[in-house]
Design a protein around this ligand. Structure first.
Ligand SMILES: C[S@@+](CC[C@H](N)C(=O)[O-])C[C@H]1O[C@@H](n2cnc3c(N)ncnc32)[C@H](O)[C@@H]1O
Length: 342
């Protein structure tokens, strides 16, 4: 082999050597963490599954919160509010999360050993693995884009998302969060225990399946004449199709000029489990915890047209469409859209 050849190969070899060194450094750290990881895993599962069931709160909302904790510690999205919240949240264990992921967090910070938890992919190259993080960032961007133009923000099915607290503190905008009673009660209690200010947000307990969320919203001070941003992140999939249609129709009726509805949809292929076995296992776990997935859209042919036409049936015009994994050769599985009244 000539010197010239060796030099040519170096750039390709170097990352492999660096990666190997990182793995060698990571292994002893992970070994030290093993006993903590075992205890942490038990503590985490107990809180996420047993306590949340006992308190009657949404398991899926807890999982979404957990991902925001992960993003914070793996430095893909700073979120000190969610971390402070989790420390006092009865359905998750801050210790458990650190114990199970601490070795990876430390290795990433000390010597750059990144795993998929610490990486964000380019737009359009999202896979099922990376969707959980990117969707949070896209909803952040939507919030940032509109927050200063809006007079009201409504989060129907806010769960334990703290996006409103993150972006609206000190702003002249009214904020309403809706969710099921137990989930909201635990949220407000945890915010108080964590000392997180939230007094500008109105929390409204409601079950869309058998109560009028519009009546409750209006009773709580929502003004039908004001420009509103509705953020409906990862909620419609848990509702029957007729409830999704009805709810979107009601949102459309509450929109004045300039109002925006932002939300996400999963594809029918995704829910059928054809696309990912991991996703299918997650869905089955969420279903066991009492939240079966119900609503999807067939995106197998022209996803943008399919979603646009569904929104039209609900009285909405799609103004932005972001399809995940668009640049990859996979069947569409997820999209985030913005819409306005027709
Ligand atoms: C996956 S979580 C998403 C929470 C939050 N939007 C987020 O992104 O973190 C789904 C939320 O929808 C709420 N939800 C589901 N069915 C509902 C219903 N019938 N009435 C009110 N809220 C409901 C759950 O309580 C839960 O908080």
């Amino acid at each position: 082999m000539t010197d010239k050849n060796t030099n040519k190969q170096l750039p390709g070899v170097l990352p492999i050597v660096v990666r190997l060194l990182q793995i060698i450094l990571y292994i002893p750290i992970q070994i030290i963490f093993i006993p903590f990881a075992v205890i942490g895993l038990i503590a985490g599962i107990y809180r996420e599954m047993v306590i949340s069931k006992r308190l009657g709160v949404s398991y899926s909302a807890g999982q979404a919160l957990q991902y925001r904790w992960i993003m914070h510690y793996f430095e893909t999205r700073p979120d000190p509010l969610s971390v402070a919240f989790i420390k006092h949240f009865p359905c998750e264990s801050h210790f458990g999360l650190w114990a199970t992921m601490g070795a990876l967090i430390i290795s990433q910070r000390l010597f750059g050993f990144t795993t998929r938890l610490g990486k964000l992919v380019e737009p359009g190259e999202e896979t099922l693995d990376s969707t959980a993080g990117i969707r949070v960032l896209i909803f952040d961007r939507i919030m940032e884009k509109h927050v200063d133009d809006m007079e009201q923000i409504v989060l129907p099915g806010a769960g334990f998302d703290l996006i409103a607290l993150k972006f609206t503190k000190g702003k002249a905008v009214k904020v309403f969060e809706l969710d099921q009673v137990n989930t909201l009660n635990v949220k407000v209690e945890t915010l108080k225990k964590a000392g997180i200010e939230h007094d500008w947000v109105t929390y409204i307990p409601v079950d869309y399946s058998n109560e009028s969320w519009v009546d409750k919203l209006v009773e709580a001070g929502f003004d039908k004449t004001k420009k509103t941003l509705f953020l409906w992140q990862s909620v419609s999939l848990f509702l029957e199709a007729d409830i999704v249609k009805e709810t979107l129709g009601e949102m459309a009726a509450l929109c004045v000029d300039g109002s925006v509805i932002a939300q996400d949809f999963y594809s029918t292929a995704f829910m059928s489990g054809e696309i990912s076995k991991i996703a299918a296992r997650n869905m089955s776990m969420i279903e066991k915890m009492g939240e079966p997935w119900k609503f999807t859209i067939d995106m197998s042919h022209d996803p943008e047209a399919a979603v646009g036409s569904f929104l039209k049936e609900c009285g909405l015009k799609m103004t932005d469409f972001i399809q995940f994994g668009e640049k990859l050769d996979i069947e569409p599985f997820y999209c985030i859209v913005e819409a306005e009244k027709l």
